[in-house]
Design a protein around this ligand. Structure first.
Ligand SMILES: NC(=O)c1ccc[n+]([C@@H]2O[C@H](COP(=O)([O-])OP(=O)(O)OC[C@H]3O[C@@H](n4cnc5c(N)ncnc54)[C@H](O)[C@@H]3O)[C@@H](O)[C@H]2O)c1
Length: 384
């Protein structure tokens, strides 16, 4: 296995410090750089508080805390990253600023050093093009909060030396993560195939089929999801969730499957962002309860409509080579905590059922959004 003793991290915001915690906990030396050294210091102070809480909960002892902290060194110049075996970038989500950073880093590090980006939405292939030797460049996408979220997506660029995949996979396994490999396409795996959970829920609301509380209740009660789509959007933030949907929609050349919701845009524009503003789809200052409908037919209809859209998109992602079946299901159970993998769920419900439901939706709306994946049809036909 490649030696990953020294890890450079650029950007010490919420993701950078989280990744620093993971790497240092596993015994790597971390060199943490931020253009604003005060941010790096304040993130490290936050990490110290987190470690104190972990001690209180008896998850680590004080020796482990000291070891973790002694493994992290804040550095004040990019040149100090020259000893790194791997550099993970977690700076602002801006293509040109990231590209500029990578071309600078390439002049600093030794030629075996792997440079990785934690971008959520930019093309890894495009980022790789900023390097003279892009074969050592790769996407390593952690989820927020990085120390708690088990999933990590590994995304090779077109230019990436494919031998890197095994070394990065093994490194992430040694960091106790669940790595999956994704093709460099918009949203990678999770941010692509989880979209219908939000967008179909919003569409059902827009069609006045049910209110937020009923849709959430259907997904939790009938589907076994831990959170309903509106609770989850309030948790993520309507601004953040809307921006991801819009970015995926634009990147797919306006495929109607990923069309953002005007309702969500209005909520974001109103500043009703969710929990962080105490108001989103729900009012977190109010003590009045939102009472969902208990109409079983309605609850089933809502759950099945959202579920078939999710399964259809997951199968389509496999059809288009975005990831293996195993990685798609791992991504969805470890990345967004769904009760079952979507392909496994499709097998359980049968793909002929998924095909029938998708065709009913298409017949009803005549919208390309509801097109059935050719692979769902193929798998559905196999067992007819
Ligand atoms: N927050 C999330 O939920 C999440 C999840 C997965 C991936 N990401 C990705 O991770 C990256 C970082 O996100 P974040 O939420 O940690 O952002 P953040 O705003 O919390 O932190 C970014 C940090 O980068 C620093 N920075 C900006 N430009 C820099 C430069 N040129 N050189 C050095 N430092 C620079 C800033 O000072 C800031 O401290 C983004 O690409 C984002 O898309 C974010």
């Amino acid at each position: 296995m490649k030696d990953f003793k020294n890890i450079g991290i650029v950007g010490a915001g919420s993701m950078g410090i989280g990744i620093a915690q993971i790497a240092s906990t596993s015994g790597c030396k971390v060199f943490l750089y931020d253009q604003n050294v005060e941010i790096a210091q304040s993130s490290l102070n936050k990490l110290k508080k987190i470690l104190e809480r972990l001690i209180e909960k008896k998850r680590i002892n004080s020796n482990k805390r000291d070891e973790i902290l002694s493994n992290i060194k804040i550095v004040s110049s990019l040149n100090d990253l020259s000893v790194s075996n791997l550099i993970i970038e977690a700076i602002i989500e801006n293509l040109n600023i990231k590209k500029d950073l990578f071309s600078k880093l390439e002049t600093i590090v030794h030629k075996e050093c792997i440079i990785a980006s934690n971008t959520s939405s930019l093309s890894i292939t495009n980022l790789a093009s900023s390097l003279k030797n892009p074969s050592n460049f790769i996407g390593i996408h952690f989820f927020n909060p990085a120390p708690l979220m088990p999933l990590v997506e590994i995304i090779p660029a077109l230019q990436t030396n494919i031998n890197l995949l095994d070394s990065i996979r093994n490194l992430l396994l040694s960091w106790n993560k669940f790595p999956v490999i994704a093709k460099d396409t918009p949203g990678f795996i999770v941010n692509r195939i989880a979209r219908p959970f939000y967008s179909e829920a919003l569409r059902i609301y827009d069609e006045q089929i049910a209110d937020f509380a009923t849709i959430d209740f259907a997904m939790k009660e009938v589907g076994g999801f831990k959170m309903g789509p509106f609770e989850l959007m309030d948790f993520i933030g309507n601004d953040v969730n809307y921006a991801v949907t819009e970015s995926v929609f634009k990147s797919f050349y306006y495929d109607p499957k990923y069309k953002p919701s005007l309702t969500q845009k209005q909520y974001a524009n109103a500043g009703w962002l969710g929990r962080k503003t105490n108001k989103g789809y729900y009012d977190y200052n109010s003590s009045s309860k939102n009472v969902p409908s208990k109409d079983v037919t309605l609850l089933n209809l809502i759950f099945e409509r959202i579920l078939v859209m999710l399964i259809n998109d997951a199968v389509d992602a496999f059809y288009l080579g975005i990831a293996s079946k195993e990685d798609i299901d791992l991504a969805i159970t470890k990345g967004v905590n769904y009760p079952k993998g979507l392909i496994a769920w499709g097998e359980e419900k049968t793909f002929s059922w998924v095909e029938k439901k998708m065709d009913e939706l298409y017949e009803n709306y005549k919208e390309d959004r509801y097109r059935c994946s050719p692979l769902v049809r193929k798998w559905g036909n196999l067992i007819k």
